[in-house]
Design a binder for this molecule. Structure first.
Ligand code: EPZ
Length: 417
């Protein structure tokens, strides 16, 4: 089984280029099902999850072509089936994002219920509530969600929680509905804005993405488009933390600084110098890491996808830090793994209390989800001796070429078959 071997590596230095956003390209690929013409999409990251989504689109009848290294052409002229089977949905939870496009374009969708995962049960009640509000009949049977409608009609919908996936699925379903949908308490993540921009570039009519209130005016038909995916703010944040944690000085290229404000603020609070430019950010570590308290929140709050990476860095802070995870009910799976490396931590409910000044030593650990896996790499860069990380397929889902990129910054890291 493939492993990642990491040894202590101080002072990461040099330049690193961030790829297109995983959490943007996945809903955008799903949204190509709304359009019968060619969608050309640039800056596609080379990730396992993208391959899974492309396989699903092809299974539904879309034509998917890789024209250049990071460019895909998707044409969903004829959707040959509106059923997304277990074999495909079970590989990746985000596959459920095809439900909204299928329902609104074909007036029916049969999608296998996505499972939970290591970080939580990951329910879909808010997605289904939105589809019901828009006028679809929902039946759950044999593990499938079966939605049918004569025609979706625009409605006012209030989300009990600003769920990213539910916001995306409802936006896509409302795009071809009759009339206007007003979505309240919507998620405000940059990936929602990128999805809305993509749909509008096809002739959609979405206003307010990136705010809590999004208005979607239904249109009859969409047309061909070309789009470039926004940079991955979580990949960028991960390398920012790796640079800060190892006492490094790294230029992170292809970023949108405004998407990184909560990460920048917390790193500055920890004593890190951050220089912001138009599309890059320089991260210069301070002499020590100051303790900081973190509470994960929906955007523009501190992203839950960054708390594990900060935990690795705060292991060496000169004081106590508290991390409060409010988004997922079980996102401290990495705590056990890091504890075996010597992390001084106490978990009380949804908070992890880090005593700081932990002297980490290399150990055999396993990645429990993609962000925890990235955090274990950072912990390995700080630990004396050698850290062996297994179940690295988790990491490959969200980070293309992470080993090569870190080697280029001077890290002692390699794959081992
Ligand atoms: C997206 O997941 C991201 N994935 C996640 O990134 C990210 O952690 C999450 O948003 C929060 O920012 C993609 O974009 C592909 P949610 P999503 O719906 O849409 C509850 C990564 O590491 N909820 O905003 O599934 C849910 O249980 C991944 O890249 C309901 O209760 O997240 C959770 O507690 C991990 N009912 C909270 O909302 C619902 O119908 C946030 O979930 C839907 C969600």
């Amino acid at each position: 089984m493939e492993k990642i071997i990491v040894k202590k590596s101080s002072n990461l230095h040099g330049n690193i280029k961030v790829d297109g956003s995983k959490n943007s390209i996945l809903p955008i690929l799903a949204a190509t099902l709304l359009c019968p013409e060619e969608c050309k999409i640039h800056d596609i990251p080379n990730l396992q999850d993208v391959k899974i989504m492309c396989g699903l689109l092809e299974a539904l009848g879309a034509k998917v072509e890789k024209t250049e290294t990071n460019t895909l052409k998707v044409t969903a002229e004829n959707i040959t089936t509106c059923e997304a089977p277990y074999e495909l949905i079970s590989k990746m939870r985000a596959s459920f994002l095809v439900m909204g496009p299928l329902l609104t374009r074909c007036h029916n969708a049969k999608v296998y219920m996505p499972g939970g995962c290591a970080i939580g049960t990951r329910p879909i009640d808010l997605h289904l509530k939105g589809f019901k509000h828009l006028g679809s009949d929902i039946k759950s049977e044999n593990g499938y969600v079966n939605a049918t409608t004569e025609q979706l009609k625009g409605r006012d919908i209030y989300l009990d929680f600003p769920s990213v996936g539910a916001t995306e699925n409802i936006i896509m379903a409302a795009t071809l509905a009759e009339g206007e949908t007003i979505l309240e308490n919507a998620a405000e993540e940059p990936e929602i804005v990128d999805l809305a921009n993509f749909i509008n570039s096809m002739g959609g009519n979405i206003v307010g993405a990136g705010t809590k209130t999004i208005r979607i005016k239904g249109v009859k038909k969409l047309h061909k488009t070309e789009h470039t995916v926004i940079p991955d703010r979580i990949e960028a944040g991960t390398y920012m933390v790796a640079a800060a944690a190892t006492g490094g000085d790294v230029m992170i290229e292809n970023v949108v600084p405004s998407h990184l404000q909560p990460i920048i603020a917390k790193l500055r609070e920890a004593g890190v110098t951050i220089e912001e430019y138009d599309d890059k950010i320089r991260v210069k570590a301070g002499n020590t890491i100051k303790p900081v308290d973190i509470k994960t929140l929906p955007y523009p709050g501190f992203p839950t996808d960054m708390q594990a990476q900060f935990m690795a860095m705060l292991s060496k802070a000169d004081g106590t830090s508290i991390i409060n995870e409010t988004i997922f009910e079980n996102r401290f799976m990495h705590v056990n793994e890091m504890s075996r490396m010597g992390l001084h931590v106490k978990v009380e409910g949804s908070s992890a209390i880090l005593m700081g000044n932990s002297h980490l030593s290399g150990a055999k650990v396993r990645a429990t989800d993609l962000r925890a896996g990235a955090a274990l790499i950072i912990a390995g860069l700080l630990a004396d001796g050698e850290t062996e990380i297994t179940e690295v397929y988790h990491i490959k889902r969200g980070y293309s070429n992470i080993v090569k990129k870190l080697q280029n910054l001077g890290a002692d890291i390699r794959y081992e078959k």
